[in-house]
Ligand binder design. Structure first.
Ligand code: NAD
Length: 542
């Protein structure tokens, strides 16, 4: 037993490998991708540390080659969900009582495993499951995940150190208890790092987890569980199950020990879950913590003092990297009339150089969208735009799902600032541009603020400092992450804590101490060192 106050290692952001030609990482990722691609695996549920199978399974297919099978995964019944909850509650006793340094060591080790022996495996699995390019997989599955794990240890340490003052004769202390019950983590398909962090952040604070990954991330979800297991995570701390999301969620939400949800995904599903929690409120032993990061309709607004190439590059990268499937992807753009032609010409010429295909071919900038539902949604939006008189397809507008779910990078230009695709989250490689009169700058800022229900990310590009300040104030509530002269995506843990407000989420900033604070319930202890022995106060003297 150690009585020392341990100091955790100072975190630094994981360096991003380039995957340039002739680098060792390029050869390694190709070899690992090929090895994984030629295997067929079965993924069991993980309940109380045991592999649990069921007779019901789903198949897994890479989005860029949907006829290819990667294998199967087991689907949970209601009983499995209940077993996972029981396993989490059982593990909580010892996990919550463990010294923080012991819990932190598990996640620091997980970070080092991903940085080292698991790097290419988790990246290649992400390339296959979610159709990410090597670069997009590297900045997500390796670097962001590692950063979440390392930085959160350091943030947690500062939380535990935060103690109240004590006056003479008194010692006050705060105990940051894990929540009483279990945490339900529900993750989206688009970031392996987010999936890992939705489980790891509450677990670091002493909670135990029932995790339901996305059906479209199972192949990389398994690697997350392998890493946690190899890092020494005790059985039952994180239990992974999949199955009908409605059934799994309903089963979890009717359990009296449900203590909180850590969700990332679409707005409508989060609102639906919140409503169910409200309806069940009398069932619970404690008010559940509700943390959800949800959809976005992220904007770039350019002023006529902005550099044309900088605006065009921000749009092309912001809208089309990972096929526009980042919650922070640029999806609506406001350009001043005077420079709009030059900017759009540059975008069109850039897009003409973009190639789509398998992530195995590292020359591709874009690959496929995640599944048939996404493909159909995006194809329908393009078809509708071709029919509508207030919008034109400037470039792109074609799609093909014969081998994979490929949608060409598409730019729509509309004369209607409230056109459907200026307001609705499409989550794909389609960006809509509205051209405003230069002298309507201030009115345009009001339009940007009022157009969408979301408030996740946004960017202003301008040289003139007065207009930058005007935009910052006018758009204060329109984005949780606001960018000046940059694209509105690419947040780095420890540098740009991430999250949005309005319909974009509870803005609890993943990768920050604000998020970790949601997973503790502080208990204040006041200890009186020399307790009084007479009930009378001095003012009562005769
Ligand atoms: P999704 O909402 O379809 O799925 C998210 C999770 O919810 C999955 O695990 C899914 O199985 C589960 N789910 C589906 N139906 C459910 C139901 N009825 N009850 C309970 N759970 C259910 O989202 P997705 O397509 O995986 O991810 C894309 C969405 O996530 C976009 O809206 C995007 O903006 C958002 N997102 C937001 C952030 C952020 O930080 N704000 C980050 C990543 C993704």
């Amino acid at each position: 037993m150690s009585n020392s106050f341990l100091k955790s290692p100072q975190p630094i952001n994981e360096p991003v490998k380039s995957y340039g030609s002739n680098t060792p990482e390029r050869a390694a990722i190709k070899a690992t991708y090929d090895a994984l691609y030629s295997e067929k695996i079965h993924i069991a549920m993980k309940i109380g540390g045991a592999e649990v199978n069921s007779s019901e399974t789903n198949t897994m297919h890479p989005p860029h080659d949907h006829k290819h099978s990667m294998g199967t995964y087991s689907l949970a019944s209601e009983q499995h969900v209940e077993q996972a909850i029981a396993a989490a509650l059982e593990a909580r006793t010892t996990w919550a009582a463990m010294p923080f340094a012991a819990r932190a060591a598990v996640f620091l080790k997980a970070a080092d495993l991903i940085s080292g022996p698991y790097r290419y495996k988790i990246n290649a699995a992400t390339m296959i499951a979610q159709s990410k390019t090597a670069h997009q997989a590297e900045i997500d599955a390796a670097c962001e995940f590692i950063d979440f794990l390392r930085f959160n240890v350091s943030f947690a340490e500062k939380i535990y150190q935060d103690q109240p003052v004590s006056s003479s004769g008194v010692w006050n202390h705060v105990h940051y208890r894990p929540l009483e019950g279990f945490i339900y983590a529900v993750s989206p398909f688009n970031f392996t790092a987010i999936a890992g962090n939705l489980c790891a952040a509450p677990a670091l604070m002493g909670n135990t987890i029932v995790w339901k990954p996305s059906d479209h991330q199972m192949f990389s979800a398994k690697i997350i569980m392998d890493v946690f297991e190899e890092a020494g995570l005790p059985k039952g701390v994180i239990n992974m199950i999949n199955g009908d999301p409605e059934m799994v969620t309903n089963t979890v939400l009717k359990n009296p020990d449900f203590a909180g949800i850590h969700f990332t995904g679409s707005t409508s599903i989060f609102k639906n879950i919140w409503q169910k929690i409200g309806n069940n409120i009398n069932l619970y032993k404690t008010y559940p913590r509700i943390v959800g990061e949800t959809g976005g309709k992220d904007y770039i607004v350019a002023h006529n003092t902005a550099n044309v190439e900088e605006v065009a590059t921000a749009i092309v990268r912001g809208a089309f990297e990972f096929q526009g499937q980042k919650c922070s992807a640029t999806s609506r753009v406001y350009l001043p009339k005077s420079t709009s032609k030059a900017i759009l010409d540059r975008i069109v010429s850039d897009i003409n150089t973009i190639t789509l295909g398998s992530p195995r071919d590292l020359t591709n900038f874009m690959t496929a969208v995640i599944h048939k539902g996404a493909f159909d949604r995006l194809a329908a939006a393009i078809d509708q735009a071709k029919k509508d008189s207030d919008v034109e397809v400037l470039v792109g507008g074609t799609y093909d799902d014969s081998k994979g779910y490929f949608i060409e990078p598409t730019v729509l230009v509309t004369t209607n600032p409230n056109y459907d695709t200026m307001e609705r989250e499409l989550f794909g490689p389609i960006v809509t541009v509205y051209i405003y009169e230069d002298e309507q700058w201030s009115e345009t800022l009001k339009l940007v603020d009022a157009t969408s229900e979301y408030a996740l990310t946004g960017a202003i590009l301008a040289k003139d400092r007065l207009v930058i300040e005007e935009a910052r104030l006018a758009l204060e509530n329109s984005a949780g992450n606001f960018y000046i002269n940059d694209k509105p995506s690419g947040a780095v843990v420890g540098q740009q804590p991430f999250g949005g407000a309005r319909a974009s989420g509870t803005n609890d900033k993943a990768g920050s101490s604000q998020n970790l604070l949601r997973w503790v319930s502080p208990q204040l202890v006041k200890e009186t060192l020399d307790p009084p022995t007479d009930y009378r106060y001095p003012y009562m003297e005769a």
